[in-house]
Design a protein around this ligand. Structure first.
Ligand SMILES: Cc1cc2nc3c(=O)[nH]c(=O)nc-3n(C[C@H](O)[C@H](O)[C@H](O)COP(=O)(O)O)c2cc1C
Length: 294
Protein backbone atom coordinates (compact mmCIF):
# COMPACT_ATOMS: atom_id res chain seq x y z
CA UNK A 1 0.00 0.00 0.00
CA UNK A 2 1.40 3.42 -0.97
CA UNK A 3 1.22 6.16 1.64
CA UNK A 4 0.74 9.83 0.94
CA UNK A 5 1.39 12.26 3.75
CA UNK A 6 -0.55 15.51 3.41
CA UNK A 7 0.95 18.31 5.46
CA UNK A 8 -0.82 21.57 6.25
CA UNK A 9 2.06 23.93 6.91
CA UNK A 10 0.04 26.44 8.91
CA UNK A 11 -2.68 28.99 8.47
CA UNK A 12 -6.16 28.47 9.86
CA UNK A 13 -7.08 24.91 10.79
CA UNK A 14 -10.11 25.07 8.52
CA UNK A 15 -9.00 27.84 6.21
CA UNK A 16 -8.22 27.94 2.51
CA UNK A 17 -4.96 26.00 2.78
CA UNK A 18 -6.54 23.07 4.56
CA UNK A 19 -9.52 23.15 2.19
CA UNK A 20 -7.30 22.86 -0.89
CA UNK A 21 -5.15 20.14 0.63
CA UNK A 22 -8.23 18.07 1.49
CA UNK A 23 -9.45 18.39 -2.11
CA UNK A 24 -6.07 17.33 -3.39
CA UNK A 25 -5.80 14.37 -1.03
CA UNK A 26 -9.30 13.24 -1.97
CA UNK A 27 -8.24 13.16 -5.63
CA UNK A 28 -5.15 11.16 -4.65
CA UNK A 29 -7.20 8.44 -2.98
CA UNK A 30 -7.18 5.72 -5.59
CA UNK A 31 -6.84 1.94 -5.16
CA UNK A 32 -3.72 0.98 -3.28
CA UNK A 33 -3.20 4.43 -1.78
CA UNK A 34 -3.51 5.32 1.86
CA UNK A 35 -3.54 8.97 2.90
CA UNK A 36 -3.12 10.96 6.08
CA UNK A 37 -3.27 14.68 6.75
CA UNK A 38 -1.37 16.39 9.54
CA UNK A 39 -1.58 20.01 10.65
CA UNK A 40 1.91 21.15 11.69
CA UNK A 41 0.75 23.55 14.45
CA UNK A 42 -0.65 20.49 16.31
CA UNK A 43 2.88 19.21 16.85
CA UNK A 44 5.33 20.46 19.44
CA UNK A 45 8.63 20.86 17.66
CA UNK A 46 11.19 23.61 17.50
CA UNK A 47 13.82 24.83 15.04
CA UNK A 48 17.03 22.82 14.60
CA UNK A 49 19.77 23.77 17.10
CA UNK A 50 22.70 22.67 14.89
CA UNK A 51 23.96 19.99 17.28
CA UNK A 52 24.88 17.84 14.25
CA UNK A 53 23.98 14.66 16.17
CA UNK A 54 22.06 13.55 13.10
CA UNK A 55 25.27 13.69 11.08
CA UNK A 56 27.33 11.87 13.72
CA UNK A 57 25.02 9.06 14.73
CA UNK A 58 24.96 6.14 12.29
CA UNK A 59 21.13 5.95 12.27
CA UNK A 60 20.97 9.64 11.33
CA UNK A 61 18.12 10.35 13.71
CA UNK A 62 17.35 13.54 15.58
CA UNK A 63 17.98 13.64 19.33
CA UNK A 64 15.73 16.64 20.13
CA UNK A 65 13.17 15.53 22.67
CA UNK A 66 10.15 16.72 20.70
CA UNK A 67 7.66 15.39 18.18
CA UNK A 68 10.16 15.52 15.36
CA UNK A 69 13.09 14.05 17.24
CA UNK A 70 13.17 11.42 20.00
CA UNK A 71 15.89 9.48 18.21
CA UNK A 72 13.67 8.58 15.30
CA UNK A 73 10.58 7.93 17.41
CA UNK A 74 9.15 11.43 17.00
CA UNK A 75 5.75 11.30 15.35
CA UNK A 76 6.55 13.57 12.41
CA UNK A 77 9.88 11.83 11.79
CA UNK A 78 8.09 8.49 11.62
CA UNK A 79 5.34 9.71 9.35
CA UNK A 80 7.87 11.15 6.91
CA UNK A 81 9.92 7.94 7.04
CA UNK A 82 6.90 5.80 6.22
CA UNK A 83 5.54 8.00 3.43
CA UNK A 84 5.92 7.26 -0.28
CA UNK A 85 5.06 10.84 -1.19
CA UNK A 86 4.28 14.18 0.41
CA UNK A 87 1.84 16.92 -0.53
CA UNK A 88 2.63 20.04 1.44
CA UNK A 89 0.07 22.83 1.49
CA UNK A 90 1.17 26.12 2.88
CA UNK A 91 -0.29 29.58 3.47
CA UNK A 92 1.73 32.46 2.05
CA UNK A 93 3.27 34.38 4.93
CA UNK A 94 5.20 37.59 4.37
CA UNK A 95 5.64 36.95 0.66
CA UNK A 96 7.05 33.46 1.09
CA UNK A 97 6.44 30.06 2.64
CA UNK A 98 5.34 30.03 6.29
CA UNK A 99 7.72 29.68 9.24
CA UNK A 100 6.19 26.31 10.20
CA UNK A 101 6.86 24.90 6.77
CA UNK A 102 10.39 26.24 6.81
CA UNK A 103 10.88 24.65 10.23
CA UNK A 104 9.53 21.35 8.93
CA UNK A 105 12.15 21.28 6.18
CA UNK A 106 14.87 22.46 8.53
CA UNK A 107 14.12 19.58 10.89
CA UNK A 108 14.36 17.16 7.97
CA UNK A 109 18.16 17.70 8.17
CA UNK A 110 18.73 14.12 9.47
CA UNK A 111 17.31 12.82 6.18
CA UNK A 112 20.02 14.69 4.33
CA UNK A 113 22.56 12.31 5.87
CA UNK A 114 20.46 9.16 5.64
CA UNK A 115 19.46 10.02 2.07
CA UNK A 116 15.92 8.84 2.80
CA UNK A 117 14.25 11.76 1.04
CA UNK A 118 16.45 11.54 -2.03
CA UNK A 119 14.00 10.70 -4.83
CA UNK A 120 10.88 10.92 -2.66
CA UNK A 121 7.98 12.45 -4.64
CA UNK A 122 6.74 15.78 -3.31
CA UNK A 123 4.32 18.42 -4.56
CA UNK A 124 3.34 21.74 -3.04
CA UNK A 125 0.28 23.94 -2.80
CA UNK A 126 0.93 27.57 -1.85
CA UNK A 127 -2.15 29.58 -0.97
CA UNK A 128 -2.49 33.36 -0.90
CA UNK A 129 -5.62 35.34 -0.32
CA UNK A 130 -4.29 38.80 0.27
CA UNK A 131 -1.50 40.67 -1.53
CA UNK A 132 -0.11 37.50 -3.14
CA UNK A 133 3.55 36.51 -3.68
CA UNK A 134 2.37 32.90 -3.84
CA UNK A 135 4.83 32.27 -6.69
CA UNK A 136 7.62 33.15 -4.30
CA UNK A 137 6.23 30.80 -1.65
CA UNK A 138 6.12 27.97 -4.16
CA UNK A 139 9.73 28.72 -5.08
CA UNK A 140 10.74 28.43 -1.41
CA UNK A 141 9.26 24.96 -1.14
CA UNK A 142 10.80 23.90 -4.43
CA UNK A 143 14.22 25.10 -3.17
CA UNK A 144 13.88 23.19 0.09
CA UNK A 145 12.77 20.06 -1.72
CA UNK A 146 15.88 20.39 -3.88
CA UNK A 147 18.05 20.58 -0.75
CA UNK A 148 17.02 16.99 -0.01
CA UNK A 149 17.13 15.89 -3.67
CA UNK A 150 13.42 15.13 -3.49
CA UNK A 151 11.47 14.42 -6.64
CA UNK A 152 9.60 17.71 -6.90
CA UNK A 153 6.69 16.76 -9.14
CA UNK A 154 4.94 20.09 -9.29
CA UNK A 155 3.76 23.00 -7.25
CA UNK A 156 0.66 25.09 -7.59
CA UNK A 157 0.69 28.68 -6.49
CA UNK A 158 -2.92 29.68 -5.89
CA UNK A 159 -4.63 32.92 -5.13
CA UNK A 160 -8.22 32.83 -3.94
CA UNK A 161 -8.84 35.54 -6.55
CA UNK A 162 -8.50 32.88 -9.28
CA UNK A 163 -11.84 31.45 -8.25
CA UNK A 164 -12.68 28.27 -6.41
CA UNK A 165 -13.33 26.05 -9.42
CA UNK A 166 -10.00 26.80 -11.08
CA UNK A 167 -8.12 26.25 -7.83
CA UNK A 168 -9.92 23.01 -7.06
CA UNK A 169 -9.15 21.67 -10.54
CA UNK A 170 -5.47 22.51 -10.05
CA UNK A 171 -5.15 20.78 -6.67
CA UNK A 172 -7.12 17.75 -7.80
CA UNK A 173 -4.83 17.32 -10.80
CA UNK A 174 -1.85 17.63 -8.45
CA UNK A 175 -3.35 14.95 -6.19
CA UNK A 176 -3.71 12.53 -9.10
CA UNK A 177 -0.11 13.07 -10.18
CA UNK A 178 1.17 12.49 -6.64
CA UNK A 179 -0.97 9.38 -6.34
CA UNK A 180 0.72 7.79 -9.36
CA UNK A 181 4.17 8.75 -8.11
CA UNK A 182 3.49 7.37 -4.62
CA UNK A 183 2.40 4.05 -6.11
CA UNK A 184 5.56 3.86 -8.20
CA UNK A 185 7.66 4.66 -5.13
CA UNK A 186 5.96 1.86 -3.16
CA UNK A 187 6.10 -0.61 -6.03
CA UNK A 188 9.54 -0.01 -7.56
CA UNK A 189 11.44 1.46 -4.64
CA UNK A 190 12.92 4.92 -4.43
CA UNK A 191 15.21 6.01 -7.21
CA UNK A 192 17.73 8.51 -5.92
CA UNK A 193 19.18 11.44 -7.82
CA UNK A 194 22.72 12.68 -8.36
CA UNK A 195 23.45 16.42 -8.15
CA UNK A 196 23.49 16.55 -11.94
CA UNK A 197 20.10 14.78 -12.13
CA UNK A 198 18.76 17.42 -9.76
CA UNK A 199 19.92 20.23 -12.03
CA UNK A 200 17.79 18.65 -14.78
CA UNK A 201 14.83 17.98 -12.52
CA UNK A 202 14.85 21.48 -11.11
CA UNK A 203 15.32 23.35 -14.37
CA UNK A 204 11.83 23.97 -15.65
CA UNK A 205 10.11 24.24 -12.28
CA UNK A 206 9.38 27.59 -10.65
CA UNK A 207 13.02 27.80 -9.73
CA UNK A 208 16.28 26.81 -11.43
CA UNK A 209 18.86 24.85 -9.46
CA UNK A 210 21.67 25.27 -11.99
CA UNK A 211 21.38 29.08 -12.04
CA UNK A 212 21.09 29.17 -8.27
CA UNK A 213 24.28 27.17 -7.76
CA UNK A 214 26.19 29.05 -10.42
CA UNK A 215 25.12 32.36 -8.90
CA UNK A 216 26.16 31.14 -5.45
CA UNK A 217 29.59 29.87 -6.42
CA UNK A 218 30.40 32.90 -8.57
CA UNK A 219 29.17 35.28 -5.88
CA UNK A 220 26.46 36.59 -8.14
CA UNK A 221 28.78 37.57 -11.01
CA UNK A 222 28.73 34.44 -13.18
CA UNK A 223 32.52 34.56 -13.72
CA UNK A 224 34.98 32.28 -11.99
CA UNK A 225 37.61 34.94 -11.14
CA UNK A 226 35.44 36.45 -8.41
CA UNK A 227 34.04 33.21 -7.13
CA UNK A 228 33.72 32.35 -3.46
CA UNK A 229 36.24 29.59 -4.17
CA UNK A 230 38.82 32.24 -5.09
CA UNK A 231 37.98 34.21 -1.96
CA UNK A 232 38.25 31.08 0.21
CA UNK A 233 41.71 30.27 -1.13
CA UNK A 234 43.10 33.20 0.88
CA UNK A 235 41.65 31.93 4.15
CA UNK A 236 41.58 28.16 4.04
CA UNK A 237 44.50 26.63 5.91
CA UNK A 238 44.08 22.87 6.02
CA UNK A 239 46.01 21.13 3.22
CA UNK A 240 43.16 18.64 2.59
CA UNK A 241 40.66 21.47 2.24
CA UNK A 242 43.03 23.39 -0.05
CA UNK A 243 43.38 20.36 -2.28
CA UNK A 244 39.60 20.08 -2.56
CA UNK A 245 39.35 23.79 -3.30
CA UNK A 246 41.80 23.42 -6.16
CA UNK A 247 39.64 20.77 -7.81
CA UNK A 248 36.45 22.75 -7.14
CA UNK A 249 38.12 25.74 -8.79
CA UNK A 250 39.04 23.72 -11.86
CA UNK A 251 35.50 22.32 -12.16
CA UNK A 252 33.93 25.76 -11.77
CA UNK A 253 36.25 27.22 -14.38
CA UNK A 254 35.06 24.65 -16.93
CA UNK A 255 31.43 25.06 -15.82
CA UNK A 256 31.53 28.84 -16.38
CA UNK A 257 33.28 28.52 -19.73
CA UNK A 258 30.77 25.89 -20.90
CA UNK A 259 27.89 28.01 -19.63
CA UNK A 260 29.16 30.99 -21.62
CA UNK A 261 29.41 28.81 -24.72
CA UNK A 262 25.88 27.53 -24.03
CA UNK A 263 27.14 23.95 -23.66
CA UNK A 264 24.52 23.10 -21.08
CA UNK A 265 25.31 19.45 -20.32
CA UNK A 266 29.00 20.11 -19.91
CA UNK A 267 28.27 23.11 -17.69
CA UNK A 268 25.89 21.09 -15.50
CA UNK A 269 28.35 18.21 -15.12
CA UNK A 270 31.18 20.46 -13.97
CA UNK A 271 29.01 22.70 -11.84
CA UNK A 272 27.70 19.63 -10.02
CA UNK A 273 31.27 18.60 -9.32
CA UNK A 274 32.31 22.11 -8.23
CA UNK A 275 29.35 22.36 -5.89
CA UNK A 276 29.98 18.95 -4.32
CA UNK A 277 33.71 19.42 -3.82
CA UNK A 278 33.27 22.99 -2.58
CA UNK A 279 30.86 21.72 0.09
CA UNK A 280 33.36 19.04 1.13
CA UNK A 281 36.16 21.63 1.36
CA UNK A 282 34.17 24.03 3.52
CA UNK A 283 32.97 21.22 5.77
CA UNK A 284 36.56 20.12 6.30
CA UNK A 285 37.90 23.61 6.97
CA UNK A 286 35.13 25.23 8.97
CA UNK A 287 32.93 22.57 10.54
CA UNK A 288 34.34 19.08 10.73
CA UNK A 289 36.55 19.50 13.84
CA UNK A 290 33.73 20.97 15.89
CA UNK A 291 31.11 18.53 14.68
CA UNK A 292 33.11 15.41 15.50
CA UNK A 293 34.76 16.78 18.68
CA UNK A 294 31.78 15.92 20.91
C1 LIG B 1 1.75 36.37 9.23
C2 LIG B 1 0.94 36.38 7.98
C3 LIG B 1 1.50 36.85 6.80
C4 LIG B 1 0.77 36.85 5.63
N1 LIG B 1 1.35 37.27 4.47
C5 LIG B 1 0.66 37.18 3.30
C6 LIG B 1 1.27 37.54 2.08
O1 LIG B 1 2.43 37.89 1.98
N2 LIG B 1 0.53 37.44 0.94
C7 LIG B 1 -0.78 37.02 0.96
O2 LIG B 1 -1.41 36.96 -0.06
N3 LIG B 1 -1.36 36.67 2.11
C8 LIG B 1 -0.68 36.73 3.28
N4 LIG B 1 -1.28 36.37 4.43
C9 LIG B 1 -2.62 35.81 4.36
C10 LIG B 1 -2.56 34.30 4.15
O3 LIG B 1 -1.61 33.87 3.26
C11 LIG B 1 -3.86 33.83 3.64
O4 LIG B 1 -4.74 33.96 4.64
C12 LIG B 1 -3.77 32.45 3.02
O5 LIG B 1 -4.74 32.33 2.03
C13 LIG B 1 -3.90 31.33 4.00
O6 LIG B 1 -5.19 31.21 4.38
P1 LIG B 1 -5.73 30.21 5.44
O7 LIG B 1 -5.31 30.64 6.79
O8 LIG B 1 -7.21 30.34 5.21
O9 LIG B 1 -5.24 28.86 5.08
C14 LIG B 1 -0.57 36.37 5.63
C15 LIG B 1 -1.14 35.91 6.83
C16 LIG B 1 -0.40 35.91 7.98
C17 LIG B 1 -1.03 35.39 9.23
Amino acid sequence: MAKILGIIGGGRRNGYTSFFLKESIQAAQTDGVETEIIYLPDYAFTPCISCFSCLRNPQHTCVRNDEFGKNGKGEIFQKVTEANAIIIADPVHLSGASAQTHMFFERCYPFLWSGLLNGMPIASISVASNKGMHINARRDICRWSYAFSMKYLMGVALHTAYGEEKNINAVRELGQIVSKAAKADARDGRISFTVEDCFKLYSSKPWNAFQYNLENLTDGLFTWEDSIIQKAKEHVKKPDALKLLASAEKALDIAVESYQKKQEEEAAKHLAEARTVWAEATLKEFLEDDIFKV
